[in-house]
Ligand binder design. Sequence first.
Ligand code: AGP
Length: 590
Amino acid sequence: MCGIVGYIGYRKAHMVIINALKRLEYRGYDSWGVAVVQGNKLDIHKQVGAIGEIESQEFGEATLGIGHTRWATHGKPSDVNAHPHLDCNGNIAVVHNGIIENYLSLKNDLMKEGHKFVSETDTEIIAHLIEKNNGSLENAVFSAISVLKGSYAVVVISPDERKIVACRNKSPLILGVGDGEFFVASDTPAILEYTNRVVYLEDGDTVVITDSGYEIKNNGIKVERMVELVPWSLDDAEKSGYEHFMLKEIHETPRVIEETIAGHVSDTIELDVSFAAGISELVFVACGTSLHAAIVGKYIIEEMSGIPVRVEYASEFNYHTTPISRSLVVGITQSGETADTLEALRKAKGNGARILAITNVLGSSVTRVADYVIYTRAGPEIGVAATKTFIAQLVALCLVALKLSMLPRSELERFILEMRLLPEKIRKILDEKEKIKEISEILAEFDNMMYIGRGIAFPVALEGALKMKEISYIHAEGYPAGELKHGPFALLGEKTPVIVCIIRDETYDITLSNIKEVKARDSPVFAFSDEKDREIDKYVDYAVKTPEVDRIFAPIVLSVALQLLAYYTARVKGCEIDKPRHLAKSVTVE
Ligand code: AGP
């Protein structure tokens, strides 16, 4: 939700900033802007739309600046609402990610004092609050943020002092430490081209950066924070010849599975599950794709360990009062920054629950809230649609389920062996994608579709539908296969294809019956099944076959095929695949 960046050093600031913003564009892409300090004044460029270029002569040799790519919250996308925002004198420039909840009352007070506003944003008040306060830029910023309520990562510059002042409260912000240069950014891919040494700033931190170094204070008190090495390379954050990040990221799945397994398994599963000691249940909280991973996790963990598992929308978790003091509350979030998930975990922690986080991002906010962390090893995911990170979550959840199970060692070893074969099987799907492409050309003609599945295939259907609607803009609903007859049947017919996710387990025969019911209502049926399933061809119009795997791994292989289906359908329709309209990769507002 908005990407922010700041640079101080020896390079041309506007070039570093535009580079960094392009890498942050997945966080928001409705408008953008840059401000640099040029002598004793600020030069600003702001505009609606995707990040473009700035003529070099516009910003010349400036080596201090800030930039922003926006996902609109307050005020529609426009040149005026784009960041940076300025004070009355145009002497203070601010970029912001987050939401200032009390901005209206602060704005009213400032207007009464004579401050003039030009935008509809909440951010603009920060520039005016800083202007109102006397003293050094650092002190003025500190006083300004002390009256803010809400979430913010803020970066400020002024031609009066050669420095950057940046603060963080509940919105991500990192400090990049280079040789003779420093960066601040919402996320590490923005700066990987220049440095992999970062400090993960914490809530309440203010950092003041000059050419010679930086000082961090937490709520006014000086603190030391560790400089950490980011384990990702620049190549991870580039398209590397693929047409879209999404396609590249789907193709990275085999490696992601290998690495996630390697992180937790040797001869046996080494994952430390002491977090589960003495708990009465697991409660998963998550959003979107991560929620679907949680539902898969529920099926597998309950089956393997007998421990009850609840799955809750993170955004609804705070509105009911089920006791959780003996629960292990598990936040699943690839970014580690999703505000709904973080708020749910904070509330659970406040009510005495133990917290486990499953995340893909080292140092992300969720790792500070959690008592225990399991890292997936997917590398940075740039495409807004979660693909490889979803698969990595499924692998991690399978490992948790297996570790919590009472299975004899020989059985566990069989599963580990099976897991190690998954990358090869996924490669086969990727190599044989022609059938999926063929189907996507047919599906691209429709405006509505249903995805159905039973048991462990039900969350696969939910995720398949989310992927389809998110990037192709085709209305797609995921349903338990048995639920269609309780209402959605009314939508069936030749204009509503049904995508069936089917697994050859105890749900197989009854799902075949559901397919017959759907066919009787004239909907074209497309099935995703495994290569040993010969029966299915008799019942459906098109069948995509994936390699045979143990049923607990079926969601993994089926999901990769469904991700490809969504990708190619969106491609046929000419959609903006990596940056679907109205969305952002990391949703840092509730
Ligand atoms: C999935 O394709 C979406 N981009 C979205 O549903 C996402 O999974 C959700 O916003 C949660 O993100 P998180 O895993 O970073 O918490």
